[in-house]
Design a protein around this ligand. Structure first.
Ligand SMILES: Nc1ncnc2c1ncn2[C@@H]1O[C@H](COP(=O)(O)OP(=O)(O)O)[C@@H](O)[C@H]1O
Ligand SMILES: [Mg+2]
Length: 444
């Protein structure tokens, strides 16, 4: 078997990390405990594996990783590392973040040495290890450069070097490629995978968070798919493909399709009336920030050749040059507003969606407004309040406060902003940014 790599041939099964029945809740804007962000999440990490935590934005991936790293204590459940409960940051576990806060006044070398500052290591040894990590991660020659002289990709390499220099058993990575441009991200992924496969990384396992399905299939031995609201383990998928993996390999594509289907599957209703993948019920539903332009653009794309009303989501993501994380909220907003239906990883226009695609601007606006009133309780509520008041005006804060009974301030703010934009487009109401007031005046 020519595919056996240095790493897999020494495959052993030591259990490094156990995550048991983790649940997490945060306080909402009004000070009460919010809904469960994570619910009963359990997983293991063994030696010699890369495990991916895959899920959509906001499903609790970073929360889980911070809990695993000991930076945050969970509301329930326990994490243990080498059989010992994790009660704070642990030696042997290092983290790489989405983008690294490097110290601008320190050189690359000094930034990397910082990773060792809390360790009982001589200066010489620290220097030796830092230089080795820098070399390993492809920063040779940049030791005395300052962060501002580096590209984003090189800066992220410094982040990796800083984590690797401590020779952790476990490397935790929270979307470490997502802040980079496509090509830089791919180069860095490939370099890391090469080092991993060749057994040259001074680590035993990787637990990585991603919202990118392809990235997970490219890198991981096992993919743990988290559902949203609350984050629960929806599936665990072993990836047996050999490295280097080829994105065009039919088996690779099949896996990607399968995971897409999994991630768009309607979740079992947690409470009656819960609507699709949107958290919360009715009025208290959290809305994503999606522009009406993007919504209209996706409807047009699905209606046109080659899709003619029904599109495979991975293919659609490709033709719209969108990442999953951008695609899902758009697709789901279309579903919420009944312009499309999502099933088995496909998105299909409804009759209303077809109608929208063919209509002119005025008809589109009318249709959109009607659907907002019919399917979005928050939009209907705002309209009702405006209709009933003699002044036909209402302050935004009144709705924000109501929303904060259901969600954090940030989410309430975002939700209201979405409804403002959508409502304006559908000509349901106007909104004045300065006075933060809704009114029934015509938005022009
Ligand atoms: N410190 C916090 N306080 C309140 N809410 C939080 C906090 N951290 C995360 N959340 C909320 O928990 C949910 C999951 O967030 P996060 O773990 O960052 O998800 P992901 O990394 O999958 O995007 C989100 O609704 C987020 O707003
Ligand atoms: Mg995150």
């Amino acid at each position: 078997m020519q595919d056996i790599t240095a790493r897999t041939s020494f495959a052993s099964k030591q259990l490094l990390l156990e995550v048991r029945n983790i649940s997490q809740r945060y306080q909402t804007g009004s000070g009460e405990l919010g809904p469960a962000v994570l619910d009963d999440v359990s997983l293991n990490l063994k030696e010699n594996e890369i495990v991916g935590l895959l899920g959509r934005s906001g499903c609790g991936k970073s929360s889980l990783l911070r809990i695993v790293s000991g930076l945050v204590f969970p509301s329930g459940g326990e994490v243990s590392y080498l059989g010992q409960p994790v009660r704070g940051p642990v030696d042997g576990v290092a983290m790489v973040f989405q983008s690294f806060a490097l110290f601008p006044w320190l050189t690359v070398l000094a930034n990397v040495e910082l990773g060792l500052r809390a360790k009982q290591i001589s200066k010489d040894e620290a220097r030796r290890r830092a230089l080795k990590a820098i070399d390993l991660i492809g920063l040779d020659g940049f030791e005395s450069a300052f962060p501002k002289e580096l590209s984003g990709g090189m800066r992220q390499r410094v982040g990796f070097a800083r984590a690797l220099v401590v020779h952790p058993n476990i490397l935790l990575m929270d979307e470490p490629f997502s802040a980079l441009d496509v090509l830089t991200a791919e180069t860095l992924r490939t370099d890391l995978l090469d080092l991993w496969v060749e057994g040259r990384m001074p680590i035993k396992s990787i637990l990585m968070v991603t919202h990118n399905i392809e990235e997970a299939v490219l890198m991981c031995d096992r993919i743990v798919v988290l559902s949203s609201n609350p984050g629960r383990i929806a599936a665990e998928i072993g990836v047996k493909l050999h490295h280097p993996r080829n994105r065009l390999d039919p088996e690779f594509r099949q896996l990607v399709d399968r995971i897409y289907a999994l991630m768009t599957k309607p979740q079992a209703p947690v409470s009656p009336g819960r609507d699709g993948a949107f958290p919360g019920l009715g009025f208290g539903m959290t809305l994503p920030r999606v522009s009406t332009n993007t919504l209209a653009g996706m409807i047009e794309e699905i209606a046109a050749e080659p899709y003619m009303g029904r599109a495979d989501l991975p293919a659609l993501a490709d033709s719209l040059q969108m990442e999953v994380d951008e695609l899902f909220p758009v697709a789901e907003t279309l579903q919420l507003l009944r312009f499309a239906e999502i099933e088995e990883g496909d998105i299909k226009l409804t009759l209303a969606g077809q109608h929208f695609a063919e209509a002119d601007v005025d008809v589109r606006k009318k249709l959109f407004g009607d659907h907002l009133l019919a399917y979005l309780p928050l939009a209907a509520r705002i309209k009702l309040v405006l209709d009933e008041r003699p002044t036909h005006t209402a302050r935004a804060v009144r709705f924000l406060e109501e929303l904060e009974d259901y969600m954090s301030e940030d989410y309430a703010d975002r939700t209201l902003k979405s409804v403002v934009n959508w409502g304006r487009y559908g000509e349901l109401f106007a909104y004045d940014e300065t006075s933060e007031t809704f009114s029934l005046e015509n938005p022009q």
